[in-house]
Design a protein around this ligand. Structure first.
Ligand code: ADP
Ligand code: MG
Length: 496
């Protein structure tokens, strides 16, 4: 069941433009490198000079095939390029080359985990299609390189940049779900390397189509929030839009289909223009380009050259390392994390512990030491091994792991030296766990003797009084005792 907002069900569908990581444009040989001087990367074709003809970039097609394979979609053997006609100064041809009736990638789905209250549930968003198209140029207004003096300039560097537009079914039911979908999609395209995923530079831009309805009713009229280029703004924009639409309906207004922009400064969405219908664009097949034909052999070759996909890798982690599905999904959020996990699991021989450490402490420290390289997996493996046999306790292990992030040269792939490095750190930080029962009992006796009140309270039925005693004992041992052992010994002493 999806969550309702003030009695309304939220319905969201996404259109995402992923800029493909080719070196040159989709139909010309101009470079697509980011940040060049305006109009230095625009050839005659990009400027729409008469007599020029588009030539398909194979690399762009190959990336579309890779995407289709990654999301289990059908890859059309024959797809068509169409002209989408509209006038805009940054579109000198007067039309954008896109795919309309027959897109190259059809269907497919994207799955991810989502926290719902205390539970973690798996969601699947169905994709409708993904099609190839060219980007338009950019209008530069006042205060930019070409604008100024009451004039606007046009930069055609971006004209013809290859895009894959990825369209979902209206399957999402909350802003949380929408953001989780966008993050998962971002992971997929960057993992397979078809897009650099740089949201600030506009390489991955999302449009969120949002509507609300009474549960079980017809789909409501949607408004499309354009060009969301950060996950934070995405959430804010959708939440604002949902509240706004409900307010309108409650006030007796109807929602007009529109394209809106989110303003991060005010946190509001505002209508930019009323929405065009497909008919307004006068789509028709582009006579300059033949149908795009993709043979099964081509698909098979691309498939054989692709790296292991995140979901396939996650399934393997479940199978080979007996990990819960949740862990496997978390660990395959990036190639770097997945590789770190596998190396650690193999070296320490404790896959579940390795998983816990990487999802927990490692993630925390990686976010903290944002500019540092991660310590060698050999060091983490040594820590896990020693924790597992009780040489150090959890508290000590955390301190030890923290210390390796500051250790000079800890990123070197240690193989043989790791054990002695960890040995020295344990010495230096004085972390060896007190496993000598006699010594521990002596400390416990001492603490019991000096805290008679806690003992009385515990005996009188206050179970919490035990925590105070454990705390005092851990303090005397400088945190080096095994808390479970301390607890057991303590109970034995108080009870008998
Ligand atoms: P267009 O391409 O003209 O914008 P589409 O019908 O292709 O329109 O839909 C675009 C996106 O809008 C898709 O992601 C789709 O899932 C979503 N969508 C369609 N209807 C609704 C609706 N009523 N509420 C929310 N999203 C919707
Ligand atoms: Mg659209």
């Amino acid at each position: 069941m999806s969550k309702l907002v003030q009695g309304y069900e939220v319905v969201i569908g996404f259109e995402t433009h992923a800029q493909l990581s080719t070196k040159s444009k989709i139909f010309s040989r101009s470079s697509v490198a980011f940040g060049a001087e305006p109009n230095t990367q625009a050839c005659a074709l990009d400027m729409a000079l008469p007599g020029t003809l588009p030539v398909m970039n194979m690399g762009a097609v190959e990336r579309a095939i890779e995407f289709g394979l990654a999301i289990n979609a059908h890859i059309a053997e024959r797809s068509i390029f169409a002209r989408k006609n509209y006038f805009y100064p940054d579109l000198p041809k007067g039309y954008q080359i896109s795919q309309f009736e027959i897109p190259v990638v059809q269907g497919g789905e994207v799955s991810f985990f989502l926290a719902e209250g205390k539970e973690t549930v798996r969601k699947t968003v169905r994709l409708e299609r993904a099609h190839l198209e060219e980007d338009a140029g950019k209008s530069l207004h006042e205060d930019s390189a070409l604008g100024g003096g009451g004039q606007s300039g046009i930069d055609l560097n971006r004209a013809g940049t290859p895009l894959l537009e990825i369209v979902t079914q209206p399957d999402m039911r909350s802003s949380d779900e929408a953001v989780a979908y966008a993050k998962e999609l971002h992971k997929i395209v960057t993992w397979i390397g078809i897009c650099d995923g740089n949201m600030q530079e506009g390489s991955f831009r999302c449009d969120a189509n949002v509507s609300v309805r009474k549960p079980g009713g017809e789909l409501g009229t949607r408004r499309e929030i354009k060009n969301l280029n950060s996950f934070k703004f995405m959430q804010q924009a959708i939440d604002y839009e949902v509240r706004w639409q409900i307010e309108q309906i409650e006030d007796g207004h109807t929602i007009q289909q529109a394209t809106v922009l989110f303003n991060p400064d005010t946190g509001e969405t505002r209508a930019m223009r009323t929405k065009e219908d497909a008919a307004d664009y006068r789509y028709f097949p582009d006579p300059d380009l033949p149908p795009l034909v993709i043979s099964r052999d081509w698909v098979e070759r691309v498939k054989s050259e692709m790296a292991e996909l995140p979901r396939v890798m996650a399934e393997r982690f479940v199978r080979d390392y007996a990990l819960p599905e949740y862990d496997a999904t978390q660990l395959t959020q990036s190639k770097a994390v997945a590789a770190y996990f596998e190396a650690t699991a193999k070296t320490c021989g404790q896959p579940k512990l390795a998983s816990n450490w990487i999802m927990g402490e490692h993630t925390r420290l990686a976010n903290h030491f944002i500019d540092k390289q991660w310590p060698s997996h050999h060091l983490l493996s040594e820590i896990i091994k020693r924790l597992n046999i009780g040489e150090i306790n959890r508290h000590g292990a955390v301190r030890l792991f923290e210390a390796t992030w500051n250790l000079k040269g800890a990123q070197i792939d240690y193989q043989t030296g790791a054990s002695s490095v960890i040995e020295e750190l344990i010495e230096a930080l004085d972390l060896k766990q007190i496993d000598d029962t006699v010594a521990l009992e002596a400390i416990i006796d001492e603490v019991l003797f000096s805290n008679p009140k806690n003992v009385e309270e515990f005996k009188a039925g206050n179970a919490k009084a035990l925590n105070g005693l454990v705390g005092s004992i851990m303090k005397v041992c400088k945190g080096k005792a095994n808390p479970a052992q301390v607890n057991a010994l303590l109970l034995k002493k108080i009870k008998y």
